[in-house]
Design a protein around this ligand. Structure first.
Ligand SMILES: [Ca+2]
Ligand SMILES: [Ca+2]
Ligand SMILES: [Ca+2]
Ligand SMILES: [Ca+2]
Length: 412
């Protein structure tokens, strides 16, 4: 069963469960999935046994401490869960040389990192070493959040400065995999994949030797082909004045060993206002049809932001991934929205299997931040709603970074 059908199956079963119960499931009726649940492995593969699964995403936050070390936090992003919108401290890393500025943190659903892992966000810490290499640490959820050293990449040519870790489930087994863009030479980059086996990440595998490196290229992972495996989407800027100024191109995961092909998804001309520099990209299935959509978060000349939808689909003739012509999905040109002062993510915040937009926004005259959700109806975004007010309590927009871990639970 492909992801599209699988997702429809999920929606149908949950609607039935909701009707049977007479109301939307309450927070105490959901439990987290871990690898011990047979349903977990089925989530990525489309087994109908997982039809009671529900997204219980976490916003995972790394926050800089005055010492230069960091705290790791998680905040439930689904209204179905207890603690919705309330940050919880996962681990204080003010020891052992952990450095906020010398690391990148990536949150996901990588593995049951310890026997006590409860299925909440896993944090991968990609940490610079004095020799220029990298140590890869893993922090699970639950009662044991002591970092585990998973990989020693201080030799073998690994460079912290020339690498960028990302995540995506590239083999559709339900576990997130670590995907690292690593500069090879000049503007040429390799893509390395550390596959999860549900317990840890395996040795790096070379999945592409034709990726790019440099300030004109950005990558994200999203399943644009609808087979459940995350594909590699490249955002580029034209280097000539007359070319398109914002271009999206996909290479598709073959689910085993590589990203193949080069499928154009979007070309935006600078004469129409499209800008690589003045935009950022997030992906998610905000229309609920099983295909990842791309959202362009675009700064506006007079301030504010427009959110553009590029709806994903497969060309009926070729079977190749496409996106529909972009449409404005939300107009945030007024109301104080700032491109430079915000960061965007996607997550299903209300358990309807449609990804919603999440914005972390800086506040004028306050070091803290507000966290908003923009619930998708599948046909548009509802007015933004504050889900966490972090203007007090020591939160600092400029000294924190975050990501969404797409973790799962089930209806009891
Ligand atoms: Ca995987
Ligand atoms: Ca795919
Ligand atoms: Ca979609
Ligand atoms: Ca939703």
């Amino acid at each position: 069963m492909n992801a599209q059908l699988w997702r429809r199956g999920l929606v149908a079963s949950v609607v039935a469960a909701t009707v049977a119960a007479g109301s939307r499931a309450a927070a105490d009726e959901t439990t987290r999935l871990t690898g011990e649940d047979a349903a977990h492995a089925a989530l990525g593969g489309g087994d109908t046994a997982a039809s009671y699964g529900v997204a219980l995403p976490d916003l995972a936050i790394a926050h800089r401490l005055p010492s230069g070390a960091m705290n790791l936090w998680r905040m439930p992003l689904s209204q179905l869960e207890d603690g919705f919108g309330a940050p919880q401290l996962v681990k204080n890393l003010d020891y052992g040389g952990f450095s906020y500025d010398r690391s990148v943190t990536v949150a996901g659903d990588f593995a049951d990192i310890t026997p006590a892992d409860d299925g909440t966000a896993d944090h991968i810490i990609w940490h610079a070493q004095p020799d220029g290499g990298v140590l890869l640490w893993a922090v699970g959820g639950g009662g044991d959040t002591t970092p585990r050293l998973w990989q020693d990449l201080r030799t073998g040519g690994w460079s912290y400065a020339n690498s960028r870790p990302m995540l995506g489930d590239v083999n559709a087994d339900g576990w997130d995999d670590l995907v690292v863009q690593h500069r090879n030479y000049g503007s040429v980059a390799n893509i390395w994949v550390f596959l999860s086996d549900g317990q840890q990440l395996g040795a790096p595998q070379l999945w592409s030797t034709t990726a790019r490196w440099g300030a004109d290229f950005r990558y994200l992972l999203a399943d644009v082909s609808g087979d459940g495996a995350a594909d590699l989407v490249m955002t580029t800027m034209a280097t000539t004045g007359i070319g398109p100024s914002l271009t999206y191109t996909a290479a598709l995961s073959n689910t085993v060993s590589g990203f193949n092909g080069s499928f154009p998804l979007f070309q935006g001309h600078n004469s129409a206002g499209w800008s690589f520099v003045n935009s950022r990209q997030v992906a998610g299935d905000v229309t609920g049809d099983g295909f990842a959509d791309l959202l362009t978060i675009h700064a506006q000349p007079n301030g504010g932001v427009l959110v553009w939808l590029h709806q994903g689909y497969l060309d009926a003739g070729t079977g190749q991934p496409r996106t529909s012509p972009p449409v404005v999905w939300q107009d945030l040109r007024t109301g104080g929205w700032s491109f430079a002062g915000s960061r965007q993510y996607t997550a299903d915040t209300n358990g309807d299997f449609i990804d919603d937009l999440v914005t972390v926004h800086r506040q004028a005259g306050n070091p803290g931040e507000l966290i908003w959700r923009h619930v998708s109806t599948g046909a548009g975004l509802l007015a933004p709603q504050v889900i966490a007010d972090l203007r007090s309590g020591g939160w600092n927009y400029s000294a924190s970074r975050e990501g969404v871990a797409h973790t799962w639970g089930m209806f009891a």
